[in-house]
Design a protein around this ligand. Structure first.
Ligand code: PMP
Length: 431
């Protein structure tokens, strides 16, 4: 595969941008490669700067649930652009967006738009603290909630890939109210509540762990969190930046039948534009400025072009429940197929999946939390990743990230992917 142009660009980029990239997992350092510079995308395909075409299982890390460059989304975006790129003032599109989110997710009565998942979570935590008058929060090892100071503790995703448990540059004071528990360990959460009960403002959780590879919640885990929060007067925050509008119309809350007090979003609600949101019960959201005393603001929040992209994608999802049936079926086909492959070739690996999210862990032990995820052989992952990329399959370049299916993927593409995987593993098993 010709990669000269990507290599030239990367050489220049590392001189100008830390690591040559604007977000660490794009750098491909952990898989020992030069990242492919992407020039364009269409449907489920990416084309790089050298003209190579890849079948995309990253989908911009989640937003592109309907595939890239959809005509309906682009049309609305162009229309919005012509009317003005930003006003810094209230617009009708923001009201429509809020109305749509509230109608799709029953636990949300009010919502505030921001510009990224990081901002959404940071603001939701502030609202939870403001509402409860408490400071402590519980987060889970291996869950990523963006890069705000208080949450960069055993944060999964890029920090996990880089082998950095906690970021430097975060003062100890910023994380002293962050309590940690292993994912799926309800007893550990109970112990934290026993010790800190009336000081805990909120429990924040990824309802499906999707930043340490994919780790499904054990039966009763999310229900247990709901119960503990209610009993202790703490708020349950679902970070649905990945699962929101992906697992179901109403996200993980609908999928698992549990209501959060506050929910954070990103990715899909922006349709590929930089958007985040947080929302929840009216009495909680009314602590947010200018109604209440919790300050939070943004020059570009609710940007009209971003709203046009996000609204078009969300409206489509709202009107087409068959998307979710398709995503479930595609998930079964792909991850079920991977599991079958492991059985046939006697590969001692783990396939974890929930709906359209999934991953393969290169470990013999079931992966249920951060510690078991870390048992994965990342060198074996890197070799697999390189082979797949060279054969035109674009996966997330880290063991600790998910594969994202979109509604634009077809059975044929999934089968083609499985057959490339089979070729790779047959080759490695024989050697
Ligand atoms: N929360 C979760 C669950 C995420 O997966 C991410 C990003 N992958 C974030 C928060 C942060 O979102 P952003 O990168 O948009 O700041």
């Amino acid at each position: 595969m010709e990669t000269t142009r990507s290599e030239q660009l990367f050489k220049k980029a590392v001189d100008l941008i830390p690591g040559g990239v604007n977000s660490p997992v794009r750098a491909f350092g952990n898989v020992g490669m030069t990242p492919r510079f992407i020039a364009s995308a269409s449907g489920v395909y990416l084309t790089d700067a050298d003209g190579n075409k890849y079948l995309d299982y990253v989908g911009s890390w989640g937003p592109m649930i309907l595939g890239h460059t959809r005509e309906d989304v682009l049309e609305k975006v162009f229309e919005a652009c012509k009317k003005g790129l930003s006003f810094g003032a209230a617009t009708e599109a923001e009201v429509e967006m809020a109305e749509l989110i509230c109608s799709m997710v029953p636990s949300i009565e009010m919502v505030r738009m921001v510009n990224s998942g990081t901002e959404a979570v940071m603001s939701a935590i502030r609202a939870a603290r403001g509402y409860t008058g408490r400071n402590k929060i519980i987060k889970f090892e291996g869950c990523y909630h963006g890069h705000s100071d208080a949450l960069l503790v055993k944060a999964g995703s890029g920090v996990m890939t880089a082998g950095v448990p906690d970021s430097s540059g975060v003062p100890a004071g910023a994380t002293e109210d962050t309590l940690l528990a292993p994912y799926n360990d309800l007893e550990a959460v109970e112990r934290l509540f026993d010790t800190w009960g009336s000081g805990i403002a909120a429990v924040i959780v990824e309802p499906v762990g999707a930043n340490m590879g994919v780790v499904p919640p054990k039966k009763d885990f999310l229900e247990g969190l709901r119960r503990l929060c209610t009993e202790n007067g703490s708020l349950l925050i679902f970070d649905e930046v990945i699962t929101g509008f992906r697992l179901a119309r109403g996200g993980a809350q609908e999928y698992f039948g549990i209501q959060a007090d506050l929910t954070t979003y990103g990715k899909i609600i922006g349709g590929g534009m930089p958007v985040g949101a947080y929302g929840g019960r009216r009495d909680i959201m009314e602590v947010v400025s200018p109604v209440g005393q919790v300050y939070q603001a943004g020059t570009l929040s609710g940007n009209p072009v971003a709203m046009a992209a996000g609204l078009t994608q969300l409206r489509y999802l709202n009107a087409h429940p068959e998307v979710y049936t398709h995503l479930e079926a595609l998930g079964e086909r792909l991850y079920g197929g991977m599991e079958k492959l492991c059985q046939e070739l006697k590969l001692p690996y783990q396939i974890n999946h929930v709906g359209s999210l999934g991953c393969m862990f290169f470990t013999e032990q079931p992966v249920v939390d951060y510690t078991s995820a870390k048992s994965s052989d990342t060198k074996a992952f890197a070799a697999y990743f390189r082979y797949m990329l060279d054969h035109g399959i674009y996966l997330a370049s880290s063991q600790f990230e998910a594969m994202f299916l979109s509604d634009a993927h077809t059975d044929e593409q999934v089968d083609e992917t499985l057959s490339i995987m089979r070729n790779y593993f047959e080759k490695t098993v024989q050697n």
